[in-house]
Design a protein around this ligand. Structure first.
Ligand code: MG
Length: 343
């Protein structure tokens, strides 16, 4: 009987423009692509390690290096992968764990000759409209970025600066489209958060993502009681927190595969979160079309998606994930995640 081989490669993904959020700037990311092979079929996974969660490409590579050579032997169902990874005596590198499971799932779908959205019982490969992210810059350059991205119907605006109002006023000079605002923990006090949200509630803003630092859960519970706009948890929700406490502080959770470490767990979390009255957003790090296709798969169950990582890079190493004229994310009809490696 043949067995699985696996390998990995770090590929720098280059951002079309320097990407700035409240925490800092980057012009490229080092994602790690994980490949498994058996019976002539190749499955692909991607890890997008993020410094906010104390993960690097080296940590991811080390995780793959330490994986037992027979790790994939006898696996029959996706639900077995996360518990098996957690049992290994390895640091929990969630982006690496997501990549391992993603590669197996892609292989499994391909081995059955069907797209995963069909194998998972979805009626359609068409997901919600993705927002398109505008990173922090001068108000004039943010206006230009909006104009250059005129095809997108919803923008996610990064804030958490000293001149957030000036930025929004400048953006409103060039577009009246709905905005989602992501403060990336940038508003440090309840007073500041309330003041900014009060202003934003008059500016056709759909929701506010991560207004305050994740350490300020109690203050965000207070903020939710008052807020005229829905609040979304991103940094506050990585997958290990008490979901009931999160539901008291937020209206929406932003699930990212690189934070939660598993598509299977993401689906279970979606079910639990909906029971608690939370709306679901599927987000991403800076990622290729591969990880965003995986996000799009669970995104079929979401109200919001923010899956634009592959649109922000100039060297997407996978093809096959589409965005239609309405900016809805569409998975392909090809087997597995339906994407092709183009490196
Ligand atoms: Mg965010």
């Amino acid at each position: 009987m043949s067995s699985f081989d696996f390998s990995w490669k770090i590929i720098p993904l280059k951002l079309k423009e320097v990407f700035t959020i409240a925490r800092g700037s980057k012009s490229e990311v080092h994602n790690v692509f994980f490949t498994i092979r058996k019976d002539g079929i190749t499955g692909y996974g991607e890890a997008g390690p993020n410094a906010r969660y104390e993960e690097t490409a080296e940590d991811v590579s080390q995780f793959f290096e330490s994986l037992p050579k027979d790790f994939f032997k006898e696996l029959t169902h996706i639900s077995e992968i996360l518990p098996k990874l957690e049992k290994l005596d390895l640091p929990k590198i969630y982006s690496a764990m997501a990549a391992v499971e993603m590669a197996w799932l892609d292989w499994w779908g391909k081995s059955r000759g069907k797209p995963l959205w069909k194998l998972w019982g979805y009626d359609s490969p068409v997901g919600p409209i993705t927002s398109y992210t505008i990173g922090i810059d001068t108000p004039e350059r943010m206006q230009k970025k909006i104009e250059a991205a005129g095809q997108y119907p919803i923008y996610k605006i990064k804030l958490g600066t000293d001149n957030d109002r000036e930025i929004i006023k400048a953006i409103r000079e060039v577009t009246d489209k709905p905005l989602r605002v992501d403060a990336n923990e940038g508003w440090k006090s309840l007073k500041q958060a309330k003041s900014e949200i009060e202003f934003l509630s008059t500016q056709n803003v759909e929701l506010i993502e991560q207004p305050m630092p994740s350490s300020e859960l109690e203050k965000m519970q207070e903020l939710k009681k008052w807020s005229p706009l829905p609040l979304a948890a991103d940094e506050s929700f990585t997958g290990t927190e008490d979901l009931e406490a999160i539901a008291q502080a937020f209206d929406v959770i932003n699930i990212k595969l690189m934070k939660i470490g598993s598509l299977h767990k993401a689906r279970q979390t979606i079910t639990q979160a909906k029971k608690l009255g939370l709306d679901i957003m599927i987000g991403c790090m800076i990622e290729s079309s591969l990880a965003n296709a995986a996000g799009a798969l669970v995104g079929l169950e979401a109200k919001y998606v923010d899956l634009d990582g592959h649109l922000l890079i100039s060297n997407d190493v996978f093809t096959g994930l589409s965005v239609d004229e309405a900016s809805r994310i569409i998975l392909s009809d090809e087997p597995g995640f339906g994407v092709h490696y183009e490196w």
